[in-house]
Design a protein around this ligand. Structure first.
Ligand code: 1GP
Length: 250
């Protein structure tokens, strides 16, 4: 029996109009355990809702050590954000089972999932079926290159809307609009707003959120959860600033 705790809480929060905040830890970018410890302390202090762990490619073989450390030192639910079916770790609480529905690379629409399925079925991971939509005007980002797909251009919100609707109709439980890690241009307000209005399932937004104004705009436009990665790596004090925006909205 697969767990459903995180999905249930996201649906409940959405029904109440409550926002969530997730911090993405890229295991490749962790300097040492004291930096990770400090990050976890700040996440706890400001009641970060979820810790995402992963990245498009992981060069160092530190996923398992990172997940274990976070689990041992924090009670915040851990959600794997995998770049491939190599990035599964059974110690985490959940995994975003991402189907890259903005692209037409069959391996990332269904291929990797086939090989991951028996491993996931035999784990205690909560499997969160997620329609993953890459957004941006640059076909040369790491994620675009690794995934061999082109993102949906920022000026084409209608394509994102139809893609998200298709994901929902296919039975996916979450939609993730992502401009990619460290994106210069975040997912535009108009696109978040239109996608939010077109679907009933929770909407995650991430990529390039590096100012309070961008975080507030994403929430106000309809993001149920926002994900912070690069900006937190650069400045840990960004966490309390965005947590305050979340709390003001809740
Ligand atoms: C990337 O959405 C995440 O997939 C987070 O992006 O690193 O730009 O915050 P940033």
């Amino acid at each position: 029996m697969q767990k459903t705790r995180i999905l249930a809480s996201l649906i409940e929060k959405k029904e109440k109009g409550q926002k969530s905040l997730s911090v993405l830890i890229d295991p490749d970018k962790i300097q040492n355990s004291s930096a990770l410890q400090r990050l976890l302390e700040v996440c706890k202090k400001y009641s970060i809702d979820y810790i995402f762990i992963g990245g498009s490619i992981l060069v160092k073989d530190t996923l398992e050590a990172t997940v274990s450390y976070v689990k041992e030192n924090s009670e915040i639910p851990t959600v794997l954000f995998p770049g491939s079916n190599m990035h599964i770790n059974k110690s985490a609480d959940a995994i975003l089972f991402l189907s890259l529905i903005s692209g037409r690379n069959p391996d990332l629409l269904i291929g990797q999932h086939v090989s991951a399925a028996p491993v996931l079925k035999n784990s205690n991971l909560e499997v969160l079926s997620t329609g993953y939509i890459l957004v941006g005007n640059d076909a040369n980002t790491t994620v675009a290159h690794v995934s061999q797909t082109s993102p949906i251009p920022t000026r084409k919100p209608e394509i994102a809307v139809c893609t998200a609707m298709a994901g929902e109709l296919l039975g996916m439980k979450l939609i993730y609009l992502d401009a990619g890690s460290g994106a210069k241009e975040e997912v535009p307000q108009k696109m978040i707003d239109q996608v939010h209005k077109a679907i009933k399932i929770p909407l995650i937004v991430g990529g390039g959120i590096n100012t309070i104004a961008k975080a507030a705009t994403a929430y106000q436009s309809g993001a149920d959860m926002i994900v912070l990665g690069t900006a937190v790596e650069k400045n840990i004090n960004f966490i309390p600033q965005v947590a305050k925006i979340r709390d003001l909205m809740n």
